[in-house]
Design a protein around this ligand. Structure first.
Ligand SMILES: [Cu+2]
Length: 241
């Protein structure tokens, strides 16, 4: 019992410290132990200064796999991401952000004793529950989002989180096109375009979806450079310049 109390107060002390670091904008306080203040993966983000939201679904499928589903987790160094996480499975799951090495270490600890943590880089969700993790990725590198509940990682619950200073830009190739028609009400735009390399499509005239922000940058007859991708199964203009 004494041990348990000790562990609990230590956990509270550590997470309080991690939050405090977040509000200091990442300044490294020499007096703090390095374990929590200098996590390789970054630091707790300020919910008021989120750059982007990534929706994440935790679930099991009929093939016995357990999955963390989301768009590609390709993040720019310094970006603050709100991970909007929903557990659509029938089991309890976790979402932990860390290095691959540290996740592996914690997985071994969890196998010995299934501990419930309350660290800002992780959240545990009952079936049907949802929650969020707001995180600032301070360092470039390849990290990992995982569920460390015994057996779940092995069943597939891990995915790569790539953080780089160039990745988000370098990854995309702009295609030139001419806007033939805009249907703002339907959120559709018809573009006569060159080959779409990322979608493996030849030059042609096609209808794309576009949100209001993209529409605002377009006019009929205009020549544009754009990027299109599949969003929820629909061809969508994701970037325009
Ligand atoms: Cu899980």
């Amino acid at each position: 019992m004494k041990n348990l109390l000790l562990t609990t107060s230590l956990a509270i002390a550590l997470s309080t410290q991690a939050y405090a670091t977040g509000t200091h904008g990442g300044g490294h306080d020499e007096n703090q132990p390095t374990e929590q203040t200098e996590m390789m993966v970054g630091m707790p983000g300020d919910p008021a200064k989120v750059d982007r939201t990534i929706d994440v679904t935790l679930l099991e499928n009929d093939e016995g796999q357990m999955l963390i589903e989301s768009e590609e987790m390709t993040i720019k160094e310094g970006e603050t991401i709100r991970f909007n996480i929903t557990n659509k499975g029938e089991l309890e799951h976790e979402f932990v952000l860390d290095t691959v090495e540290r996740n592996a270490e914690h997985k071994i600890e969890m196998a010995k004793m299934d501990m419930e943590h309350d660290d800002p880089n992780r959240i545990r969700l009952d079936a049907g529950a949802s929650g969020e993790v707001v995180w600032t990725f301070a360092n470039s590198g390849t990290f990992e989002a995982a569920c460390l509940i015994p057996g779940h990682y092995e069943a597939g619950m891990h995915r790569e989180v790539a953080v780089g200073d160039q990745i988000a830009q370098a990854d995309v190739e702009y295609t030139s096109g001419t806007i033939k028609k805009i249907d703002a009400e339907a959120g559709k735009v018809t573009i006569i375009h060159g080959p779409l390399v990322n979608l493996d499509m030849p030059a042609m005239t096609m209808v794309f979806r576009a949100d209001e922000a993209m529409m605002a940058k377009m006019a009929e007859g205009q020549e544009i450079e754009f990027v299109a991708d599949r969003v929820e199964g629909k061809l969508t203009v994701t970037q325009v310049k």
